[in-house]
Design a protein around this ligand. Sequence first.
Ligand code: SF4
Ligand code: SF4
Length: 89
Amino acid sequence: MDILEKLMRVYFISDERPHITVNKSICQSCSSKECLYVCPAQRYTMEAEGIQFVADGCLECGACRISCKSGAITWNYPRGGFGVRFRLG
Ligand code: SF4
Ligand code: SF4
C-alpha cells in the first residue's frame, strides 16, 4: 500500500482557523527546508513564491514542528471537533 492509498483511509474536518501556521519570511532564509522531507502527508511544497503550507490533510504527527529549527512553525492541535479522523479496521 503506497502513501496515497494510506491517506485515503483518513479524513479531515476542516477548520477556518488553521492549527498550524508558517512564518514564510523566516522560510526565505532557510537553506535546509526540512519540512519538505519530513511531512508524511506532503503538506509543505516549494512553489515559485516560496514555501507553501496547507493545514487540511495534516495527520497531526508533529514531525514538522520538531524538524524546523528556525522557529517558523507555530503548531497547535486542532480545536475540538476538527482535524484528522482515522478510520480503523
Ligand atoms: S524548515 Fe522551517 S524555516 Fe525551513 S522552510 Fe520549513 S518551515 Fe520554513
Ligand atoms: S504535523 Fe505531521 S502531517 Fe501535519 S503538517 Fe506537520 S509533518 Fe505534516
